[in-house]
Design a protein around this ligand. Sequence first.
Ligand code: KG4
Ligand code: ZN
Length: 348
Amino acid sequence: MFVLGIETSCDDTAVALVDKNGFVLDSRRWTMDKDHIPFGGIIPERASRNHLDLLVPMIDKMLLDHKLKPSSLRGISVTNRPGLLGSLIVGLVTAKTLALSWNMPFIGVNHLEGHLLSAWLSEDQELKKEMSFPQISLIVSGGHTHLLYIKEFGSYKVLGKTRDDAIGEALDKFSNIVGLGFPGGPKVDEESQKGNPKAFNFPRPMLRDSNYDFSFSGLKAAGARKVEELKEELSNELSINLVQDLCASYLTAGVDVLVSKTKKSLMEYRPKVFSVVGGVSANSLLRNEMKKISSELSIPLLIPDLKYCTDNAAMIAYAGALRIKKGEVSDLGLKPKARSLPKDFSYE
Ligand code: KG4
Ligand code: ZN
């Protein structure tokens, strides 16, 4: 039986049908990037109004395409934290209304737990990836950079996290400054593949610190200073090589820190597997470097298929399916929260 997943925590409207084994029957997403390009970033009010227009028709169409009646669903899973409040409300109210009228359980889940599970999603029922513990997981998204130790499903210990900007945010800002625009991460990824990573020496913040925390504000500031210094050269129409070198050098500095801290945690904890998840796990350099440490240390790496790196509802449906299987349900009083709850992560 499938769980209907609903994800509206940011600017993408997404719906999916997934079972308790992580088998994805369908996963659909409406990306509003085009809507936000003129502003160089996400405008929360526009995002929530778009969710309102898109969400119910997307659910209707998906069920219709599979000739599925609501009565054949196991339940509904929706992101209720963390995220933009106006956007979360649309998904949550829709999930509650459907649960009430279809007479089925619904559950509110943490968006980050969804990302953590995204590496186990598959569209091939035969290809089920076994979930073994303990795991180390690096979440790298637009708003989060968390390194976690996972003892079992639902038990997430934070080994370290960013003290200021997330890596995704540092890439998005840099893309804007260097003139590539929004959405930043994929553009920096593409240009950096044609550039020289040694052209500029950007700082690798907290690389040698003994803890697992990160900090990317210094890298962001150094990137902005360098672009300002090179303003004249960059205004030349033929400056694309310079942009590519800047992107390659900047991205390499960020990836170096992520890879080195992850490697250190793998050597200390020797988990059964490790995963890298969240929007930035789509990055080609990061994926390659993580594959290298996986073979060097002989610890299997699980990394989501590209379509499940960035926000999607399949991961939310899967998180809900596992929680519903454990007997958890939410009540109609559940509220949306801009941040995670204290019970979501432990620090000890
Ligand atoms: O997980 P996600 O879709 O949304 C959040 O939960 O934040 O992550 C979005 C982030 C953005 O910062 C975006 O620029 C980044 O993921 N991203 C990438 C790539 N694709 C998306 N960063 C680097 N390389 C990519 N290919
Ligand atoms: Zn996300």
